[in-house]
Design a protein around this ligand. Structure first.
Ligand code: IVH
Length: 673
């Protein structure tokens, strides 16, 4: 069949396959493309068309990476040479001990040459090439027998379908490497899964493994997987002398190799390199939990041989761990300075990266729900660098059924006040004015310039007073005595007296200032003024209903509930009463209702018709400001119709209803203007 294809077409297809493979290599292995994505797509489509037209498809054609149909199950594959695991070293001393063992075994005093590579945290894979073509890809499995995942591995663009590069090609070779997912890619994948309500992967390794072990290769193809080749199994028709030589060959043959491969003689130099790698790990796009140290010389490797499952010639140096597994003993609600309540997990202590971790914030209830964290759960905890520890995931398999969810507490654990959570907000807050957890922040705000303006009660002094136990509750501020202050480092006779005087002075204040100073959520200076206009005394706000607040124009639901929550909290009322008993004296010059009694137009309804000597809305405002009501239509309840030039039909209606009429000038006379 292929014989009938014109020679130039065949050559054209072969050339296109070569070209595309090269560009794929530039893009996915070297990360340095030389043509645009569009140009690549154009060549790819062209190749696909030719292949379909002439039914001439090369086994290493890039079109053959995708499109295989889903499997029922994976076939088993026996590895020609077992895929071993590695011994671990957790300290530099243990790395030195490894070197001592190697030398002892080889009965040598000489420095040994080693290579160092990052340890990739993914899934170990064996790629078998026959006569230069990818024949099979298999998972490690139990080391002896794995699963055939060829059609999935083919979808990984950095996996060569054919050994190229112009170097020597073995008849058959087993190349080992790690399939992994970049951290960014892992996060993006999880975000997408979260959106779709699919379970999240705990880490990039699980994501990579889950992506490779898919019966449907189109799923694998959609995941951006990478490969790093670092090892050799069985090989025929060619010989390699060392790890270094093998890696060089891999590189020339266009295989992706580890980001860093170093070679040095003597263990101290190797230890220096693993130190450098640890420094650099944060700059890597992939996750690495250590370095792999290998005896470079393959003859020496053979001499050293295998212990049981691990070779004597290699060791994995594990970086001090970022993660640990532990159990959540309890969850505590913790109240912050601003009243926000945060759930905090208390763990069975676990050592992570040389530090014992026994608690960590769970951030908020949304986050806790998202991760489905319960008391009693076994969890993975991460502590990266200086970052505070956090729970990465729950190990659901470890659940025994006794785990308990931790709902939002109804009362503040510190002061017993009500806990509120506004709709659409993540934060859960305690409304307690007297809440000891919030006292520093509350007093700082209370004393601030726009609020009570208590000089000498700034952040530093509040902190000092708090640290000396002089203020634990909001009301303690009014219980301060000069002699207490004199014991403190920052106070002398005069400064102590000044502060006491300033606090004393603040007891005489206005309602609007005081309301603002209370720090009720959403109540700024303007809202406090509005409240003062509408409520004569502080007590009038006690147990106020949100509906009553919403009657005030410009006050919406959110603020209304916040004010109502605050003044319906019995603890807060107690605190306000205590403040009064300590001498707090509030006046309210802003209250609008007071003037009401004297307002001349109180209870009267006016309607205007025709043109007046002043703009209509100005007259209406005047009427309203004097307690009257300006309406737009005449009815039985209209008291006066104010008639201007060219009056309209309202005049007739007023006459018919017996409504009295006035001129604008008459109105002015009535109000004495
Ligand atoms: S060499 C006999 N090199 O670590 C030595 N392994 O814990 C075989 N791994 O199963 C492995 N990066 O999946 C080697 N640069 C690297 C590696 C590496 C990651 C994995 C591999 C292996 C496991 C052993």
């Amino acid at each position: 069949m292929t014989d009938k294809i014109p020679k130039d077409i065949k050559q054209g297809i072969e050339k296109l396959v070569k070209e595309l493979t090269y560009h794929c290599y530039r893009y996915y292995v070297l990360d340095s493309p030389v043509i645009s994505d569009e140009e690549y797509d154009r060549l790819y489509l062209h190749l696909k068309e030719l292949e379909e037209k002439y039914h001439y498809i090369l086994p290493d054609s890039p079109t053959q990476r995708v499109g295989a149909s889903p499997l029922d199950k994976f076939e088993k594959v026996r590895h020609t040479e077992p895929m071993l695991s590695l011994d671990n070293a957790f300290s530099h001393d243990e790395v030195r001990e490894f070197d001592t063992r190697v030398k002892r075994f080889l009965k040598s005093d000489e420095d040994i040459e080693y290579t160092v590579e990052p340890k990739y945290d993914g899934l170990a894979i064996e790629l078998t090439y026959r006569n230069g073509l990818l024949y099979r890809a298999s998972t490690r499995g139990d080391g002896y027998e794995g699963e055939d995942v060829t059609q999935n591995i083919r979808t990984i663009k950095s996996v060569p379908l054919k050994i190229e590069g112009g170097g020597e090609i073995p008849d058959e070779i087993d190349i080992r490497g790690e399939v992994y997912m970049d951290i960014d890619e892992f996060e993006a994948l999880n975000k997408e899964r979260e959106k779709k309500g699919e379970p999240l992967f705990a880490n990039p390794r699980n994501a990579a493994a889950g992506s490779v072990r898919q019966l449907d290769p189109s799923i694998t193809a959609a995941r951006k997987l990478h490969l790093a080749c670092y090892g050799i199994g069985a090989v025929t028709g060619m010989e390699f002398k060392s790890q270094r030589e093998f890696i060089k060959w891999l590189e020339k043959a266009r295989f992706p190799i580890p980001a860093i491969v170093k070679r040095e003689k003597g263990i101290q130099k190797i230890i220096n390199i693993i130190g450098e790698l640890e420094e650099k790990r944060r700059t890597f796009s992939f996750e690495t939990d250590g370095s792999v140290i290998k005896v470079n010389d393959f003859d020496l490797q053979r001499l050293l041989g295998i212990k049981t499952r691990e070779p004597r010639w290699a060791i994995a140096y594990k970086f001090p761990a970022h993660q640990g597994t532990t159990r959540i003993k309890e969850i505590l609600p913790s109240v912050g300075r601003t009243g926000v309540i945060t759930p905090v997990a208390v763990f069975e202590p676990v050592r992570i990266g040389g530090v014992t971790v026994s608690r960590s914030t769970l951030h908020n209830w949304d986050e806790m729900e998202r991760k489905d964290i319960k008391v009693g759960d076994t969890v993975v905890v991460e502590r990266a660098g200086d970052v505070i520890p956090h729970v990465v995931t729950v190990i659901k398999d470890k659940r025994a059924g006794k785990e308990q969810p931790f709902p939002i507490p109804e009362r503040c654990p510190v002061c017993g006040s009500k806990v509120v959570r506004e709709e659409g907000e993540v934060a859960v807050r305690c409304v307690g004015l007297n809440c000891a957890a919030q006292v520093q922040e509350r007093i700082r705000h209370f004393a601030s310039r726009g609020a009570m303006d208590i000089e000498g009660l700034g952040e530093k002094n509040v902190e000092l007073l708090y640290s000396r136990g002089l203020i634990r509750l909001f009301v303690d501020m009014y219980r301060l005595k000069k002699e207490y202050l004199l014991d403190l480092p920052r106070f002398a006779e005069k400064s102590a007296q000044n502060l006491i005087d300033a606090i004393e002075k603040s007891k005489h204040t206005t309602l609007s200032r005081f309301l603002y100073a209370l720090g009720i959520i959403h109540v700024g200076e303007y809202a406090a003024k509005l409240l003062a206009k509408n409520f004569e005394k502080l007590e009038d706000l006690y147990r106020v209903k949100p509906e009553r607040i919403m009657e005030i124009r410009q006050m919406g639901e959110k603020i209304a509930y916040s004010i109502s929550d605050f003044f319906n909290d019995p603890e807060n009322i107690k605190t306000l009463d205590t403040l009064k008993s300590l001498g707090l004296n509030i006046t309210n010059p802003d209250f609008a209702g007071k003037k009401k009694e004297k307002l001349p137009l109180e209870g009267l309804t006016f309607v205007i018709t025709g043109t007046l000597s002043k703009p209509r809305d100005e007259v209406e405002n005047l009427i309203e400001s004097l307690g009257g009501h300006a309406s737009s239509s005449v009815s039985k309840s209209t008291n006066y119709l104010i008639v201007g030039e060219e009056p309209g039909s309202k005049l007739q209606k007023a006459k018919a209803l017996g409504v009295k009429t006035l001129s604008y000038e008459d109105l002015l006379k009535i109000i004495g203007k």
